[in-house]
Ligand binder design. Structure first.
Ligand code: SF4
Ligand code: SF4
Length: 69
């Protein structure tokens, strides 16, 4: 099973992952992280197809797509 992990502490809310996602399942949260940014969350886990476009487009490498054993 593939999973998506978002590092909310290092997200700077640039929105590049949101734009890159073909399924539009990412959004910025209302809450802020310690750096003061509205970090990204996966809104619809079922809708994510694990394509990794978000991870490849994040300049801060704050998203990882990995396989769960
Ligand atoms: S892995 Fe693909 S579908 Fe899932 S959130 Fe990232 S860009 Fe969207
Ligand atoms: S691309 Fe990375 S830094 Fe930018 S909003 Fe998405 S997770 Fe945050």
């Amino acid at each position: 099973m593939r999973k998506l992990k978002i590092d909310s502490v290092h997200c700077k809310a640039c929105g590049l992952c949101i734009r890159a996602c073909p399924k539009k399942v990412l959004r910025l949260r209302d809450k802020i992280n310690p750096a003061g940014y509205n970090y990204v969350v996966l809104e619809d886990e079922e809708g994510c197809i694990s394509c990794a476009c978000c991870a490849l487009n994040c300049p801060d490498m704050a998203i990882s797509v990995y396989k769960e054993a």
